[in-house]
Design a protein around this ligand. Structure first.
Ligand SMILES: O=P(O)(O)OC[C@H]1O[C@H](OP(=O)(O)OP(=O)(O)O)[C@H](O)[C@@H]1O
Length: 186
């Protein structure tokens, strides 16, 4: 078997024994509530949404389709897990094409875990002279390893302290396309 086939087989076995943590309906409900808060907070502004690739793709798409005010969307690509289940240093793969100067930026991502990625993204936006920066995260992992007690301004759901995948999040690059969120069996 090739390496790819081995990983695909392992991922399939992980999925077969995984636990569903949040259904697609529960995620939609949480995203609708976040969208309502964003509409209220940005009623007199035109926010620039920064989708954090790759994991933030699904959250961004599902969230912004529920937000009924004008906004612009760009992406930033930062990664620190790189197909593994433990994090390392943040690698910058792409910067936004739009200028952040003077803009009200909303960073949208899938998961607030240790907070290293989000903390660096916030610093990036401030360094590039945004007017304001807020964060919208679909899920927060419950543990005490978060740096600087970082919290999201808009938060959807909590997950237990287990490796999770689905709704944008991968297990070794698989399963980002699942509409619900699953946890690897312990
Ligand atoms: O709070 P942290 O511990 O820093 O982890 C959160 C980050 O990790 C994941 O990205 P990842 O590095 O896996 O890249 P990906 O988006 O391509 O999956 C996720 O999408 C967040 O951006």
């Amino acid at each position: 078997m090739t390496d790819f086939e081995n990983i695909a087989q392992e991922a399939q076995a992980v999925f077969n024994t995984a636990d569903l943590i949040h259904s697609s309906d529960a995620i939609d409900q949480a995203l609708s509530e976040m969208a309502t808060q964003i509409e209220r907070d940005y009623a007199d502004k035109i926010p620039l949404v920064l989708c954090v690739m790759n994991g933030g793709l699904m959250t961004t798409a599902r969230l912004i389709s529920k937000v009924g005010i004008p906004m612009q969307v760009d992406y930033i690509h930062a990664t620190r897990y790189a197909n593994k289940t433990t994090g390392a240093n943040v690698q910058w793969l792409a910067e936004p094409k739009m200028s952040l100067a003077g803009r009200d930026v909303i960073i949208v991502d899938d998961i607030l875990d240790e907070g290293v990625t989000l903390s660096e993204l916030i610093s990036y936006c401030k360094r590039h002279e945004c007017r304001s920066v807020k964060t919208a995260m679909l899920i927060r992992k419950l543990h005490d390893r978060r740096i600087n007690n970082l919290e999201a301004d808009y938060l959807g759901l909590d997950v237990p302290d287990r490796y999770v995948f689905g709704c944008g999040m991968d297990y070794k690059s698989f399963y980002r396309n699942l509409p619900g969120i699953y946890a690897v069996s312990e």
